[in-house]
Ligand binder design. Structure first.
Ligand SMILES: NC(=O)CC(=O)C(=O)O
Length: 286
C-alpha cells in the first residue's frame, strides 16, 4: 500500500441545501486540484445539524439528490470521496438515519455507514442534544475497500466508543479511521482532540476527523478543528481557521504505521490469554 494525500473539507453549512451541495462540490474539485486522492466532507454537510432539521432534509438513498451530487463530484474530481453525512430516509421503513456514503473515483458507491451511536447527551450548563428524537441508530460497522486501501468509517459520536476503531484495526486491518463529525463548543474543547489521539494511539492507525466550519447560523455551533492524527497519536495537520471554510491537507503513510508498530509493538504483545474468562481477575486481587 502506498502513501496518499487526504483533504478534510471544513465546510460552511447553512439552511440552503442546494448551496451546501454546490459549495461541497466546488471544494472537492479544489482539493483534487491540490493533489488530494481522498476527500472527506463533514457530518451533516447538506443540512444544519439539529434533530428538528433532519426530517426536512432527509432523502432516500435510491433517489437522493445529495448522493447523486457526491457521485458526480467524486467522478469529476477523480478522487475517493468520503461524503460526510446527511439525513437519510430508509426506503422501506421510513426511519431516518445519519448516513455517510463513500464513493470511488469512478462515481460508484463503495459503502454506506449509518451512525451507530446516537448523540443523546445532557451536559448541565453546556449542551443538551437528543439525536434519537428523530433518528434511528445504524446497526453495522463499516470498513470500505478503496483505491488507496481499507478505511474504517464512524460518524462523530461513534468515536467515543473505542470498540469500533479497535475492531476495524485489529480484525479488518484498516489503514485509517475517518470520522465526519460535528462536536460543539462544550464537548469540542473537552474531548475532540483527546478522542482522535486516543483512537490513533490505542490502535496505531491514522485517524481523521472532519468538522463543519464554526459559523453556522442555525443554532448548533460546530467546534471546527478538523484534524489528521498519525499512528503515534501526533496531530500532523489541523484547521487553524474555525469560523471560515478551510481545507486541511495531510499524507496518510502506511510506512509510518509500520515504523510506529515496530518501535512500540503493542499490536503483537496483547495478552488475550489473560483478559477474559472466569480466572481473569484472581480471587486475592493479584
Ligand atoms: N455530534 C455528535 O455526534 C457528538 C458530539 O458532539 C460529542 O460526542 O461531543
Amino acid at each position: 500500500m502506498s502513501a496518499f494525500r487526504i483533504a478534510l473539507v471544513q465546510l460552511k453549512v447553512g439552511l440552503d441545501k442546494e448551496r451546501n451541495l454546490a459549495r461541497a462540490h466546488r471544494r472537492v474539485l479544489e482539493a483534487a486540484r491540490a493533489g488530494a486522492q481522498v476527500v472527506v466532507l463533514p457530518e451533516c454537510f447538506n443540512s444544519p445539524y439539529g434533530a428538528h432539521h433532519f426530517p426536512q432534509y432527509a432523502e432516500q438513498l435510491a433517489t437522493s439528490r445529495t448522493a447523486a451530487r457526491l457521485a458526480a463530484a467524486a467522478r469529476e474530481a477523480n478522487v475517493t470521496l468520503i461524503g460526510g453525512s446527511f439525513p437519510e430516509r430508509d426506503d422501506a421503513t421510513g426511519q431516518l438515519f445519519n448516513t455517510c456514503t463513500v464513493w470511488s473515483p469512478e462515481g460508484e458507491r463503495l459503502g454506506v455507514h449509518r451512525k451507530i451511536h446516537l448523540f443523546d447527551i445532557d451536559v448541565p450548563g453546556g449542551i443538551r442534544f437528543q439525536e434519537s428524537a428523530t433518528l434511528s441508530p445504524g446497526a453495522r460497522m463499516t470498513v470500505v475497500d478503496t483505491a488507496v486501501g481499507r478505511i474504517g468509517i464512524g460518524i462523530c459520536y461513534d468515536i467515543r466508543f473505542p470498540e469500533l476503531a479497535m475492531i476495524a484495526a485489529r480484525e479488518h486491518h484498516v489503514v485509517a479511521m475517518v470520522y465526519p463529525g460535528a462536536f460543539n463548543m462544550t464537548t469540542g474543547p473537552m474531548h475532540w482532540e483527546l478522542l482522535a489521539r486516543a483512537r490513533a494511539v490505542d490502535n496505531q492507525i491514522w485517524t481523521a476527523l472532519c468538522s463543519p466550519a464554526r459559523g453556522q447560523g442555525a443554532g448548533y455551533i460546530a467546534w471546527g478543528h478538523s484534524m489528521l492524527v498519525d499512528p503515534n497519536g501526533d496531530v500532523v495537520a489541523e484547521a487553524q481557521d474555525h469560523q471560515g471554510e478551510q481545507i486541511v491537507y495531510g499524507t496518510v503513510d502506511p510506512a509510518r504505521t509500520a515504523a510506529v508498530r515496530q518501535a512500540i509493538p503493542v499490536t503483537t504483545q496483547r495478552r488475550f490469554d489473560v483478559y477474559t474468562g472466569p480466572k481473569a481477575v484472581a480471587d486475592n486481587g493479584v
